[in-house]
Write a protein that binds this ligand. Structure first.
Ligand code: MN
Ligand code: MN
Length: 457
């Protein structure tokens, strides 16, 4: 054994990949960029997932029907979460290989009474969703997506600003010339939450009215979408950055875009299960909503929609759900923070995931002494080490910042609560939760490769 072999050193993915694999990595990134640009909300992500799955032979799951090993199914939960599965050769009591990611991302949701006019301009009021730095969302183009349910129960899909030439929305910022007092405020105080209002119009209607611009906008909404102001009461409309994912860097090694957290892992899971054939254990790909606000809610990871689906699979071969969970293994596929030399002071460089060093495994998240963390066991880390070593997956260990610097959580603990062995694994991200996040193509590819190896184990 050489002296070098005694040491552990994270590897750079590019040192490991040959020309053919580098080409495969860049080709994978093209598919991901397309997905990310189309999947700007959880509903749109689920729609894209269904489209990709159906093209690869996945069929809507029918509760109560018996499926043979190798059959591919998907089940959509209320348009906002989706579970895909390939029935394994082994019974469900032997456990399933589950990869779970979330498809919701930080954004600005319209309030339920959003429209108002002030000083000849009309605005949509918003309430932010997830952890954002509010100052990052002003003075940039935004588009709006979602659904409005009218009083008679009929839905209207809304999409404004995504197509070329369509108008977009914006939140205005203060000019630097006049920010002498604002400049003293903290980053958190600078843009008050109630100021996150989307500029939506400015032409007054010629009819006599107190709010002639609002009247004009309401007429446009009626004409284009068939909705009236009251319909916003039962609407879910999300303002998201209005730009597509694109290459970053002269070497095109990085991808910038909105919502890498956690669609980068969601897409990796999806691509991995689409490329899986006849697994030994049942493969499950779970894409859920609501992670950014605590995983609660009927479409979140805590919802027993997951139990219902898995229990239904178990009933096909007489397995019990408890036995299935006890023998299952879950990769909680969520992004981790990439080491950023511009903010070196918040990380322990030796233990932080780095760009281009592969899939990040996070043994524990949480804060203040790992509180609120899944904290995977040595045995669980050992198991993924074996799987990745056998399949040449470049991976690294990461952690969420320096001890006592802050922290956060993922869906991992909610899977572990079900008595499922679970570990966090995901792509390192720069500028996480910003409207324009950055990931490395090499890490995206290794995430896909890692999940594929996991399903194939
Ligand atoms: Mn996440
Ligand atoms: Mn997040």
């Amino acid at each position: 054994m050489s002296n070098e072999e005694l040491f552990y050193k994270p590897q750079n993915v590019y040192e490991k990949m040959d020309a053919a694999e580098t080409a495969a990595c860049f080709a994978y990134a093209e598919g991901y960029k397309k997905f990310l640009s189309a999947a700007k909300t959880e509903r749109l992500a689920v729609k894209e997932a269904v489209k990709l799955a159906e093209a690869r032979g996945f069929k809507p799951y029918q509760y109560g029907k018996t499926y043979a090993p190798g059959e591919k199914v998907y089940d959509v939960n209320r348009g906002k979460a989706i579970t895909l599965a390939i029935i394994g050769k082994e019974p469900l009591s032997a456990g399933a290989y589950i990869a779970a990611a979330h498809v919701d991302s930080p954004r600005l949701d319209l309030k339920q009474i959003p429209l108002y006019e002030d000083s000849g301009m009309v605005y949509f009021k918003t309430h932010y969703y997830g952890g954002i730095k509010k100052y990052q969302w002003v003075a940039m183009p935004l588009e709006l997506h979602g659904v409005v349910i009218r009083r008679n129960g009929t839905p209207v899909e809304i999409s404004i600003g995504a197509e070329p030439g369509e108008p977009q929305l914006v939140i205005t910022d203060l000019l630097p010339h006049l920010d002498s007092s604002m400049g003293k405020k903290t980053v958190a105080e600078y843009i008050p939450g109630e100021n996150l209002s989307l500029l939506t119009g400015s032409i007054p209607d010629k009819e006599e009215h107190d709010t002639p611009v609002k009247l004009a906008i309401l007429k446009i909404l009626k004409e284009k979408y068939g909705i009236v102001e009251e319909d916003f009461l039962s609407a879910e409309l999300e303002a998201v950055p209005a730009y597509d994912a694109r290459d970053i860097g002269l070497d095109r090694s990085l991808i910038g875009g909105y919502g890498h957290d956690d669609r980068v892992c969601a897409y990796a899971e999806l691509a991995a299960i689409l490329d899986t054939e006849e697994p030994n254990k049942t493969s499950v790909c779970l894409l859920v909503d609501k992670e950014e606000i605590g995983s609660e809610g009927i479409s979140g990871m805590i919802s027993t929609a997951f139990e219902r689906f898995m229990d239904s699979l178990c009933r096909m071969d007489g397995s019990t759900l408890y036995d299935c969970f006890a023998h299952s293994f879950c990769l909680s596929a969520d992004v981790c923070n990439a080491y950023d030399p511009l903010f070196a002071e918040v990380s322990d460089k030796r233990n932080n995931a780095q760009i281009n060093c592969g899939l990040g495994i996070i043994k524990f998240t949480g804060s203040r002494g790992k509180s609120g963390s899944n904290d995977a066991s040595a045995e669980v880390v050992g198991r993924v080490r074996r799987i990745f070593a056998e399949s040449d997956v470049v991976w690294q260990m990461g952690e969420l910042g320096k001890v006592d610097q802050g922290g956060g959580g993922t869906v991992a603990m909610f899977m572990a609560r079900r008595n499922i062995e679970t570990i966090d694994a995901g792509v390192p991200v720069l500028s996480m939760h910003a409207p324009f996040e950055v990931v490395s193509k090499a890490d995206c590819y290794m995430c896909y490769k890692g999940i594929k190896a996991f399903y194939a184990d």
